[in-house]
Design a binder for this molecule. Structure first.
Ligand code: FMN
Ligand code: EPS
Length: 324
């Protein structure tokens, strides 16, 4: 099944080299002002063009095809779609059965019995994150008005100095290689009380969405993995008032699966782009041999660059799902 959520339910659909991709949302209340222009800012943050991003240029113009009337949501399913206008499917002819290492080609082929669309990674392509970003824009409108997101890249290729990110990207490009990155999303103004104690905890829902983002391989809240190396006396967040404000925020704004009113702090680790132009030796099902593979296509050097706004959208969608 390809759906997420209860209160704010969505399906992302399409393939990278099909005619269109998009998102269908249900549970959006009637009467919310919404227009195509509302999507522009977040879509621009995902668009390619900056150094280290894919040379595939797409206009990424949203078209709201249902759930809207006179500039307001109607309460009916809301669908936003985008055209794929710049595909080069011939670039993928050699990876249909000579699967790219660490992309989804092999699992897709086996799981769907060879009926999957292999062009541009098909339904597994990060092109589908366009729909997630669009849903994130709607999700933000469902959250209380004083909720504020601040999302940034804290690390690229192991480097934590933003002034040196370009250099890291240039070096990886020169080596016909790729690098990973860490995205940190902070959310202020989230009220105390979102989330349930166990299975639908705030962490579980946010992590669920984040792990749906292609290339996300790690998620941590607050002090996260570093917190496991601290003592309780160092990691505990002492309260300063009756509302639950704390001196420190090692919990990342969540206790017992429930948002505690402090800033939500969540980080996602995105792996290096799997499609690199450097030759790799890998199994070819056509010849039944391990052979050199040259990957074509137009690829991001670091997926975390365009992934930052996708991470933010995922967090927004998870939080919106708690709003009844
Ligand atoms: C914004 C974004 C852009 C991406 N761009 C590429 C790309 O150009 N080439 C590529 O091979 N993978 C890219 N990926 C990652 C793949 O889509 C992903 O690794 C693949 O679908 C396999 O999924 P997995 O890494 O979660 O196992 C991108 C991911 C994101 C979030
Ligand atoms: C098109 C987008 O990114 C694509 C994500 C992607 C992948 O494997 O995830 C592979 C590349 O596809 P193609 O070879 O068709 O250019 C990227 O360009 C997009 O994000 O809009």
């Amino acid at each position: 099944m390809n759906q997420f959520g209860q209160n704010f339910r969505l399906t992302v659909w399409g393939e990278s080299h099909g005619t269109q991709i998009g998102v269908s949302m249900d549970g959006v209340p009637a009467g919310i002002p919404l227009s195509e222009a509302d999507f522009a800012e977040d879509l621009a943050r995902r668009r390619s063009g900056a150094p280290g991003t894919t040379p595939r240029r797409e206009p990424d113009l949203p078209q709201i095809v249902s759930g809207i009337y006179n500039g307001h949501t109607t309460g009916a399913p809301l669908t936003v779609e985008f055209a794929n206008t710049n595909t080069r499917s011939q670039d993928y002819s050699n990876v249909v059965r000579h699967y790219r290492p660490s992309h989804a080609d092999l699992v897709a082929h086996h799981k769907f019995g060879g009926f999957n669309d292999p062009r541009g990674g098909g339904h597994f392509s990060a092109r589908l994150t366009l729909g997630l970003v669009a849903a994130g824009v709607v999700a933000k409108k469902l959250l209380p008005a004083d909720v504020r997101f601040a999302t940034r890249l804290t690390e690229i290729g192991g480097c934590t100095d933003p002034a040196r990110f370009d250099e890291v990207l240039r070096a990886a490009t020169a080596d016909r290689d790729s690098v990973g990155g860490i995205v940190e999303c902070r959310v202020q103004g989230v009220p105390l009380g979102l989330g349930e104690p166990f299975f639908d905890s705030a962490e579980s829902m946010i992590a669920h969405l984040l792990f749906a983002v292609p290339a996300v391989k790690g998620v941590e809240f607050g002090s996260g993995f570093a917190g496991a190396r601290l003592r309780g006396s160092e990691n505990n967040d002492c309260f300063t008032d009756a509302a639950g404000a704390t001196v420190t925020n090692h919990a990342g704004g969540i206790n017992g699966g429930i948002t505690n009113g402090n800033e939500i702090v969540v980080r996602a680790a995105l792996k290096p782009t799997p499609s690199i132009s450097r030759e790799q030796i890998t199994y070819n099902q056509d010849t039944d041999r391990v052979e050199p593979l040259e990957i074509r296509g137009r690829h991001d050097v670091c997926v975390a660059l365009r992934g930052a706004v996708v991470v933010e959208a995922a967090v927004a969608i998870a939080l919106a799902n708690f709003i009844r």
